[in-house]
Design a protein around this ligand. Structure first.
Ligand code: FAD
Ligand code: NAD
Length: 462
């Protein structure tokens, strides 16, 4: 065999699997067909959208508007150039760190498209047509996804864009319509709205972000509408037209929305088409997702693993990394403890949403008695100092066991703050943790103490 581990794709799952395999003393080759290592996460997904968000919040002065009013701006005329400059620096740095990590761990990498020739052999074809064959003992399919692009949507990078292409905008749109209020849709819609671009968000279903606690989503929708965004729920799209002067989105109810630019963000599809999966007998579903053993990440072929977005939900960089590591450990006989039941989900909209554990709807469905504790950020001194006038934390406790069942946040710092809730849930902590422990003051984390006390006041001392 040429390699103990062949990793196809250099996104979060591939990268973690590669380094974990190398740390176990195994020979590793990572093959990616992209121009640079890093995958969707580094080049078109997680890092670019989060860098864009950070730049927008900084240059627009968004975080200071609680004090200085909605008209406040740090930089008056924010251009695409301002946004792209920071983006390129961040991405270059990410790639450099990744390359250095591979070098230190003697992980080899190659740029080529991979195709299976058998369960221990692949072909590599580079852009200039160079062809070679590589033998492997184990392989990880970590090829990720690309935006779903229905044939009847006129993507042209002038009026109609997918989420990868949004980073290629040559100027800020005067108006924007976002189709699909999934995580990508709400992130981009609220980021552009923070730049004072009038945004219309269109979603065919009557609800959004169904995996998030309803109270949090309702507050989020309220905040979006309050600052002037138009949210059209229950609005199916009949046709999208790209015209010289505007894009037109015709809804099934007959209304037409005109805007300078449309972002179409209605899900993603696995990159399995050219892998030759049929040669090894691995099947993918209609959205290009591969089924795996959820504990080991083995496909139907035991020495071929799959991880990351190509295996479907939750399709996060965070969970993808863990999946890659677990797959590599399994491939080389390293036994790991069972993973915790819950993981956090961070939505980097403006404002942020983050959630861990059960939503109130799930707790109610499970039938057990529960209590809720809520803290509004404006009740915390840190919130006053920061000029935060929105956002809240909601904690759910079992009355019987007093354990924390779920933590849900909408507001500033949600994606960082959530890890307190995650630790308490996964360590089996109760409402008494929040009541008995001292928290730094003034912090937004103090909201945990306030929400804990709020629930404790009704639950009693147990
Ligand atoms: C706009 C956006 C924002 C996001 N924000 C977040 C976030 O804030 N937090 C979060 O946790 N997640 C976020 N995600 C999700 C996150 O980016 C993905 O979960 C993650 O990138 C998936 O990693 P992966 O390992 O599946 O590989 P990917 O990052 O998808 O990379 C796959 C790689 O495989 C390569 N490849 C594909 N086919 C082949 C082939 N045949 N041969 C060789 N190479 C191939 C591709 O070139 C690519 O480099 C976001 C996604 C998007 C689109
Ligand atoms: N912060 C994060 O962690 C983060 C950020 C962005 C993306 N992601 C990941 O990327 C993945 C893809 O995100 P996404 O937002 O594209 O997909 P998604 O599946 O989350 O949401 C797609 C949305 O589009 C709607 N939709 C479906 N078909 C439609 C149609 N024909 N017309 C209009 N709307 C339609 C759906 O109802 C849904 O609300 C997600 O699984 C997510 O986990 C994560």
């Amino acid at each position: 065999m040429d390699y103990d581990m062949l990793v196809i794709g250099s996104g979060p799952s591939g990268r973690r699997a590669a380094v974990q395999s190398a740390k176990l003393g195994k020979s590793v080759l990572v093959v990616d067909r992209g121009r640079r290592l890093g995958g969707v996460s580094v080049h078109t997904g997680t890092i670019p959208s989060k860098t864009l968000r950070e730049t927008v919040l900084n240059l627009s002065g968004w975080r200071e508007r609680g004090f200085y009013g909605r008209g406040y701006r740090v930089k008056q005329d924010i251009s695409v150039g301002d946004l792209i400059e920071r983006l390129h620096k961040t991405l270059d740095h990410e790639v450099e760190v990744l390359q250095h990590q591979f070098m230190r761990n003697t992980v080899k990498s190659a740029r080529a498209a991979v195709k299976f020739l058998g369960s221990n052999k692949v072909s590599l074809t580079s852009d200039n047509g160079d062809y070679s064959e590589v033998g492997f003992a184990n392989a990880l399919i970590a090829v990720g996804t690309r935006p779903h692009r229905p044939a009847d949507v006129p993507f042209d990078k002038t009026r109609v864009f997918d989420s990868d292409e949004m980073l290629e905008l040559d100027r800020l749109p005067r108006t924007l319509t976002v189709i699909g209020a999934g995580v990508i849709g709400v992130e981009y819609a609220t980021i552009f709205s923070a730049l004072d671009v009038p945004v219309t968000l269109v979603e065919p279903r009557n609800s959004i972000l169904d995996f998030v606690d309803r109270e949090i989503v309702d507050d989020f929708i309220h905040q979006m509408r309050d600052r002037g965004m138009t949210i059209r729920l229950g609005s199916a799209v009949k046709e999208i037209r790209s015209k010289p002067d505007a894009a037109e989105v015709e809804l099934a109810d007959g209304r037409t929305i005109r805007s300078e630019v449309v972002l179409y963000a209605a899900g993603r599809t696995g990159n399995v088409g050219s892998l030759g999966l049929d040669v090894v007998g691995i099947e993918a579903d209609s959205r290009g997702r591969i089924k795996v053993d959820p504990q080991t990440f083995q496909t139907s072929v035991p020495n071929i693993y799959a991880a990351g977005d190509v295996i479907g939900f939750p399709s996060l960089a965070s969970t993808s990394m863990e999946q890659g590591r677990v797959a590599a450990c399994h491939a080389f006989g390293v036994t790991l403890p069972a993973p915790p039941e819950t993981f956090p989900y961070g939505i980097y909209a403006v404002p942020e949403i983050s959630t861990v554990g059960q939503s109130e709807e799930q707790v109610r469905q499970s039938g057990g008695a529960y209590e809720v504790g809520v803290a509004r950020f404006r009740e915390t001194s840190r919130g006053h100092i920061m000029g935060v006038d929105t956002g809240f934390l909601k904690l759910l406790f079992s009355i019987e066991t007093r354990r924390l069942l779920g933590a849900h946040i909408v507001g500033e710092g949600a994606t960082e703050l959530i890890h307190i809730g995650q630790a308490v849930i996964n360590l089996g902590g109760t409402v008494d943790f929040f009541v008995n422990n001292t928290f730094n003051y003034p912090t937004l984390a103090e909201a945990y103490k306030i929400a804990g006390l709020d629930a404790w006041n009704r639950m009693g001392r147990g």
